[in-house]
Design a protein around this ligand. Structure first.
Ligand code: ADP
Ligand code: MG
Length: 480
């Protein structure tokens, strides 16, 4: 039997605001437990929530970036359940009338084809607190700092058909929310988490299979592995004559498997109803236009501009713009150049030398020891022929370690290329004199030996002979 996979993702993006969604308490990460939850976050009697206007602005930004409709009159609802990290007994969310309606996001599927994934909705809600299991033996602590932190829950249609596609979608969404500055995307701190709804069906069928929902995946690798495991598990169940149960499952990274958390029968009835403390949320057209005017350039537009203005290939333009810090770094490098740096040279160095060093040091671009200005200082010296590309790599190594500018390293170590033809000629003469056998072979017709001589002169010059000059001068001398 051939099976096909169906996946819908729910992504919780923590909105980057200084204060909570319904109160003035701080959202800063890492504070002492229970120092940042105020009476409103705890739902104490006699206090009223007030919507933070900033979360509305950020949700509208999201809608504009994903071609989503914006609900003029949306509504907050109470989702009722008991849990120790939710002392007020309900979470304020949106149910029937979410602020963001249908939209879309285009991704590349496993075969590099474009595929548009439909976004069902995105709604505003508050986060709950956190149970702390590892601080006390035999006891669990509750930290309510996170209670009331603003979240945007982004729900996709079940349009994704493999773990690879799900990861491509989640990564694109991750890059998008950072592009438009609505979420810091920090997955370790829980600012961006995914729930994956997974089902399988016979290939070609248009009826959805029963899904399971895997909760709280906080890395792309876990997302991919949890889905792969879950698909295999469901195939085993169906091929063994069983039935897939609708249930919530948890992914255990240590064992690389998913485990049942609760079945449909145990599912909560949340008794949603409009929150009587909060009036309907009205978003006026003039507000939307104000937000639209402040939107940054989006990835697709920026990639197009990179192709047009910098004559980069589409692949390179997409790579450089996939993350906003990368695109910013690249453009800052061009701007800092004192010699109208060739964009392609800068692109190659950013994607190649800079990124390989960041990868091996486990650093992000924001943490790079060589900033855009420093990189421009190096690339300018390649462009004006002060140093070769090869020497530039060792200068970059040195900049990476010492933090010193390229010019200083080049001057201190005397790395300037030798362009003085007299000096190069002298080196060629010496190399030829020292290699009579090779010279004889060359003159007997072994043309390939020219590269041997180039290498030898380069070595004698410690890599500093200007390659163009060397090539021009060497052959006539070898030919006698
Ligand atoms: P709930 O509120 O119980 O999580 P929703 O109807 O809001 O349920 O659906 C949540 C997610 O599940 C959506 O992303 C949706 O695309 C996805 N989904 C729904 N049915 C299926 C299915 N049969 N297989 C895979 N994903 C599904
Ligand atoms: Mg759900």
């Amino acid at each position: 039997m051939a099976w096909e996979t169906v996946i819908g993702l729910e992504i919780h993006a923590q909105l980057s605001t200084n204060t909570k969604i319904f109160s003035g308490a701080s959202t800063a990460f890492g504070a002492e437990p229970n120092t940042q939850a105020c009476a409103v976050d705890l739902g104490l009697p006699g206090v009223l929530p007030v919507v933070n206007a900033e979360v509305v602005r950020l949700a509208v930004r999201f809608a504009l970036a994903t071609n989503s409709s914006i609900t003029e009159r949306s509504q907050f609802a109470r989702k009722n359940y008991f849990y120790p990290d939710l002392p007020k007994g309900y979470q304020i969310s949106q149910m029937a009338l979410p602020i963001v309606g249908p939209g879309e996001l285009t991704i590349f599927d496993g075969e590099d084809n474009q595929k548009t994934i439909r976004i069902t909705r995105a709604h505003l809600e508050e986060d709950a607190g956190k149970s702390v299991h590892d601080l006390f033996t035999g006891q669990t602590g509750i930290d309510l700092n996170r209670a009331g932190t603003p979240l945007l829950e982004i729900v996709s249609e079940p349009d994704l058909s493999s773990a690879v596609e799900a990861v491509a979608y989640a990564k694109k969404m991750h890059a998008l929310v950072r592009y438009i500055d609505i979420c810091d995307g920090n997955m370790q701190e829980g600012s961006f988490r995914c729930d994956a709804n997974v089902s399988i069906r016979e290939k070609g069928s248009d009826v959805l299979g029963t899904r399971s929902e895997i909760k709280n995946l906080n890395s792309f690798r876990f997302l991919e592995r949890a889905i792969d495991f879950e698909v295999e598990r469901q195939i085993d169940v169906l091929e063994g004559g069983g039935e897939v149960m609708q249930e919530t499952r948890l992914y255990d990274a240590d064992r690389d498997e998913t485990r049942s958390m609760r079945s449909k029968e145990e599912a909560f009835d949340y008794r949603y109803f409009p929150d009587p403390d909060l009036p309907p949320l009205l978003v006026e057209q003039s507000f939307i236009e104000q937000v639209r005017a402040s939107m940054p350039e989006l990835q697709a537009d920026r990639a197009k501009r990179f192709v047009n203005d910098y004559e980069l290939s589409e692949v390179d333009a997409n790579t450089l713009t996939s993350e906003r810090p990368t695109a910013d770094y690249f453009e800052a490098t061009l701007a800092a150049s004192d010699s109208a740096l060739a964009p392609r040279l800068a692109a190659t160095w950013v994607m190649g030398e800079v990124f390989s060093r960041l990868n091996s040091d486990g650093l992000t671009l924001e943490q790079s020891p060589v900033d855009a200005t420093a990189l421009a200082g190096l690339l300018d010296r390649i462009q004006d022929n002060t140093i070769s590309g090869k020497i530039a790599k060792s200068v970059l190594d040195n900049m990476w370690e010492s933090g010193e500018p390229a010019d200083k390293i080049i001057a201190d170590k005397g790395l300037q290329q030798i362009t003085d033809t007299g000096a190069i000629e002298a080196m060629i003469d010496e190399v030829i004199a020292n290699n009579p056998e090779q010279l004889a072979e060359y003159r007997a017709g072994k043309d390939k030996l020219i590269s041997y001589f180039i290498g030898a002169v380069m070595k004698a010059s410690k890599g500093k002979a200007n390659p163009g000059e060397l090539n021009k001068l060497l052959k006539p001398k070898l030919d006698g």
